[in-house]
Design a protein around this ligand. Sequence first.
Ligand code: PHE
Length: 447
Amino acid sequence: MAAAGSAVGLGNIWKFPYIAGENGGGAFLIIYLVCVLLFGMPLLMTEFLIGKRSGKSAFGAFRELNGNGRWQWLSWLCMLTALLIMGFYFIVTGWCFNYLFEAVRNTFSGMSTEALTAHFSAVASDTPRMIAFSLLPMVLTAAVVWFDVNKGIERLSKILMPLLLGMMLLMVGRVLMLDGSNVGMQFFFRADFSAITPRVVMEAMGQCFFSLSIGMGALITYGAYMPKNQNVAATSVQVIVLDTLVAILAGVIIFPAVFAFGFNPAEGPQLVFVVLPAILQQMSLTWVSSVLFFALLCVAALTSTISLMEVMVAFICEASGALGQRKNGQPRRALSRQKSVMITSAVVGVLLVLCVLSMTGKADWLTIRGYNLFECFDDMTACVMMPLAALGMAVFVGWNLPKDGGRGVLNPSQGVKRWVGKAYIFALRWIVPLAIVIIFLNSLGVL
Ligand code: PHE
């Protein structure tokens, strides 16, 4: 449940609809589902197995599995990816908190489509407010990681995840009753294959990694907490099914409403923040529904940010103990968890402020080729860094582990059927690396 909590988050409810909307709807959905099938299962299992076998997070795990340190760069890549994702994810989480507070104050009542769009722009361009609202979830996340309350998260996920699903189902029911909702359903489910370009395929792959939390070591950490007799394959299937279900439900809620209310499906990152309040206004018990929905969204986001911060905190703890020696030749003592949380929060806090300044146009020098930092972090992590780390993990675990001992990682053991193990190894060695390389080359125009 904790892994599902990491996977299910803003990636499903905020990012999936807006990326699908920008990339042609139905065609994107199909490519996305293909990516989930190709990459999801082998890579989730790999991260869980690495963690379960080593009992450590990314840094310690790669070190332990292969003593010569040649693959240690993978853990640095994971940590950097976690850092950059946090650099924009907390901002979106901040939007959710902002909308939760506004739902409590009933701000959206009676707002037109145009007013909702203008409202989001006003919120997102208000620099002090954005800084405050992105630091708030960061502090909450840091508190949870500080006290190391993984059991608590698991319990929270167990209650709140079904509640979120239930709430989304109610919203689907309401949206499908809107006049003109069928146009949106067609947009989302009818594939126009002429819309598929190398760029769409790349975006779908990136979204798959981002949404499933794979390719950055978050699930290695959660694998390390797994009980020894836990079935890795079954857990992976559960996480994938739940994550994909929530993404599709989000699409089924957003797109019919987009067309019924006259929004633009290619609205970009603000899409769900203008459409969701419009839908919630149509629900019965409007105030309760709105507050409940945004509260659940905030929690879903937090269960993801916790897993992100955990990656960096664990990295700092493990790396600080392993790198270098003191002057007197003694090994360095690892930093405490609390110190790591403080360092992580300080770095992420600075990054968030820079990212907000770059988004609100307060600092032109903080843009790269016309893109603000938010867009850069988002794109770079999902489309480049996570697939790269996944490629590294697939090659490392599939091909490079020493035969003795190390290869044992490939043995999912406990309760997994033989053919599942065989299919897993084949997918990890051939399908995953080849598919990632082909998609990269394709998007670079080489193929
Ligand atoms: N999977 C999360 C989401 O969909 C985001 C995330 C990515 C969390 C990577 C942890 C690691 O929102």
